[in-house]
Design a protein around this ligand. Structure first.
Ligand code: COA
Length: 692
């Protein structure tokens, strides 16, 4: 028996204990250990077996780090069948998560006990896969197709009590899992329970309406992602064939998906989610304590930040300039919390709101451990706020700015404690969006950075470390790929063609729809701000300035690149004369959707490579995570840097150089990209070198 699985006895009961930290993943040693344990159980005089996990959970699923490597026997479907075929009864005693393959092992057992706090689910689609060890065939036999269609395409999970309700488990218990497992096993022995094989249950009824509804929903939701629809197909197989044929077909779909770039993209994203917060310079650095947060400014952003903190259980003092503005901020936050209640994210609105204090005097921040400024995006205003914070905050408190592009080093000069100053760039709506760019300035202390990462975790956000430059990681790259879109307009593409091509690539919105949503006045103001320092070779979208002067600011005025009825837009062709004027006598051409996507993505990757080369982002993976969580880049593509590796860096660089012939300013190749191509390396190689 491997060390990863122990076989113990307690009277008549065999206990098969999985001990493979940190998450009891079903790697080769666990699969082999389970197989051998079942063999031993068959041969000894134990009358019933209980499978359980050691540590904080039952089983965290297949070992994801084995995906993409040659599979080794015993395969998981065979392990589950081996358990199911046992001549003596087998119980799964589940505490904590039982996910994917972990849930499938439980379904292979004859009886299931879930401890309160357990979660059973199938997250495979989040990795570009479907359940591959009988889950799609066994679950609908236990619960009917409805719950399986709710759970599998979404990669969802259910609690112990929900699992009991839908028939996924037989009993819910509290206390110690080993004791509860033994007690259940003894009850089953007393009742002379026999093996009860899920695979032997009759085929679930086919419900055409449920399948049609699930397919309609996921065709709309998945935007090019294949796994959710494949999961629906697998559940349907269970309704049409016998069990053994169903298992084979499920495995075929699973193995097909295993070969797809989508699977590789999702797994890249899974591991990056964890790697992004591992920074060598923070090893051994303890974060400061945060028990009270101050927020300065109660506009959309400040109210969103306050909401995020309140939802995480942090008391907030929000400072506004007068009573009316403070009242308005409270109303916005109350609305945000109401929406959180509706989405099932919050139970006690009033209790949460009781932790909000809205004031007009900075003195109320004397006790705050962290103050986050979210006032008007202007250097003078920000510096003034920071100077005032410097006078009221206690020693050791952190002074954070939510600026989205301003120089954090300069902001820090208005305080006497630049080591305590950091950028915390939230994305709007701040209580919903997952990304937090942590902008580390020249003098920011390491424990201040560590505190920012700890705060992100508490707020259930993904933090990415960024250096100081105009726009940091995300908005700097955004400005460049938006620039590529504007140049394509000048060369003959329409905004609507560009939006359609970008959506076909998998983003939820194209750049012009996004502009309409954010408000075209924002772009106008950015252009104004940059006008003085703009390189004369740069391109200005003069049509967008004209739209601003017309008062066509996007959704909020009902007109922008689209004309809106509610939130639905149709192309606003009245902007075409402005575009024609900007094009002047430039030669015009047409673009295919693929050409649009390639230019847009190439601009994104080229700028991202500059951002990495300059050390603004630590690694290519930090860019991938930023674009995924802050800019709607499709998760199943892993991120722009993974996309670039798939496309091949030499070909991408060759395209960039070809475009540079007519526009050398915009398409100047990144030195890092050139270096990687010269050395025959990829962004993935860089990630490996820089991960501790
Ligand atoms: N295979 C391999 N490694 C895994 C893993 C898996 N199924 N699940 C987690 N890990 C690793 C993580 O990468 C992390 O490694 P690190 O410490 O080197 O970064 C470590 O285990 C801890 O994971 P983490 O997610 O930080 O722990 P958690 O306690 O917050 O959450 C889980 C535990 C199981 C809920 C969570 O890890 C999870 O959802 N895992 C994926 C489950 C899954 O998709 N299984 C289906 C596979 S088909």
């Amino acid at each position: 028996m491997t060390k990863a699985v122990r076989y113990e006895r307690d009277g008549d009961v065999a206990l098969i204990v999985i001990a493979n930290p940190p998450v009891n993943a079903l790697g080769h040693a666990v699969r082999e250990g389970l197989w051998q344990a079942m063999d031993r159980f068959a041969q000894d005089d134990a009358r019933i077996a209980v499978i359980l996990g050691q540590g904080k959970l039952f089983l965290g699923g297949a070992d994801i780090s084995e995906f993409g490597t040659p599979p080794r026997e015993p395969h998981l479907p065979d392990v589950c069948t081996h358990i199911e075929r046992s001549a003596k009864p087998v119980v799964a005693a589940i505490h904590g998560p039982a996910l994917g393959g972990g849930c499938e092992v439980a379904l292979g057992a004859h009886y299931r006990l879930a401890m309160e706090g357990a979660r059973l689910g199938f997250p495979e689609v989040l990795l570009g896969l479907i359940p591959g060890a009988g889950g799609s065939q066994r679950m609908p036999r236990l619960t009917g197709v409805g719950p399986a269609l709710d759970m599998m395409p979404a990669g969802g999970s259910v609690s112990a009590s929900e699992a009991l309700k839908i028939g996924l488990v037989d009993r819910v218990a509290t206390g110690d899992v080993r004791e509860a497992g033994l007690a259940y096993a003894r009850d089953l022995l007393d009742a002379a329970a026999e093996p009860r094989r899920t695979g032997a249950l009759s085929r679930p009824t086919h419900d055409a309406e449920a399948f049609d509804a699930a397919r309609a929903l996921w065709t709309k939701k998945s935007r090019g992602e294949v796994a959710p629809l494949a999961a629906i197909d697998a559940v349907e197989v269970a309704t049409r064939t016998d069990f053994d044929a169903g298992i084979k077909e499920e495995r075929r779909i699973f193995l097909d998906l295993m070969q797809t770039p989508q699977r590789a993209g999702m797994i890249h994203a899974f591991f990056n989610d964890r790697k992004v917060s591992k920074l060598p310079e923070l090893n051994g650095v303890s974060p400061r304590e945060i028990a009270h947060v101050g927020v300065i400014g109660g506009g959309t952003m400040g109210a969103g930040i306050a909401t995020a903190c309140l939802l995480a259980g942090l008391p907030v003092t929000l400072v506004e300039r007068d009573e009316a503005a403070a009242k308005k901020a409270r109303t916005t936050i109350t609305g945000n919390l109401d929406a959180a209640v509706k989405r099932g994210k919050l139970k006690d609105r009033d209790g949460t709101l009781a932790h909000l204090n809205t004031v007009t005097d900075y003195a109320a921040l004397g006790d705050a451990d962290l103050a986050i400024e979210a006032v008007f995006e202007d250097m003078g205003v920000k510096k003034d706020v920071f100077a005032r914070l410097d006078t009221v905050l206690k020693p050791g408190a952190i002074l954070a700015t939510n600026t989205s592009y301003l120089d954090v080093n300069e902001i820090a000069t208005s305080t006497s404690r630049p080591g305590d100053v950091i950028g915390l760039h939230f994305f709007s709506p701040a209580h919903v969006m997952k990304l937090l760019e942590v902008v580390v300035a020249g003098q920011t202390a390491a424990d201040v950075t560590a505190t920012a990462f700890a705060l992100a975790k508490r707020l259930k956000k993904t933090a990415v470390k960024a250096g100081v430059c105009d726009g940091f990681i995300g908005n700097r790259i955004l400005a460049t790929y938006r620039g590529a879109a504007d140049r394509m307009i000048l060369d003959g593409a329409s905004p609507w063609e560009i939006d359609a091509a970008i959506k076909a690539f998998g983003l939820p919105m194209g750049p012009f729809e996004m502009g309409d949503l954010a408000g075209l006045d924002i772009g106008f103001m950015t252009r104004q701000r940059k006008a003085a320092t703009r390189d004369p070779r740069d391109v200005v979208p003069t049509w967008a300035d004209a739209m601003y002067h017309e008062g066509w600011l996007g959704q909020k005025t009902g007109r922008g690149y689209y004309t809106y009825e509610g939130r639905k837009g149709t192309p606003n062709e009245a902007i075409l004369p402005f575009i024609e004027e900007a094009r002047g006598d430039r030669p015009q051409r047409s673009f295919t959707p693929e050409e649009i996507q390639r230019r847009y993505l190439a601009a994104m990757v080229n700028e991202a490579a500059k951002v990495v080369g300059e050390g603004i982002a630590a690694r290519p993976l930090d860019v991938d995570v930023t674009l995924l969580y802050g800019y709607g880049f499709p998760r199943w593509r892993g991120g722009p840097m993974l996309w670039a590796d798939h496309e091949g860096l030499p070909a991408l660089l060759a395209d960039i150089k070809a475009w540079a012939e007519t526009d050398p300013y915009f398409w100047e190749p990144s030195a890092l990209l050139e270096q990687l191509v010269a050395e025959g390396r990829s962004f993935a190689d860089l990630n490996k070198e820089n991960v501790q």
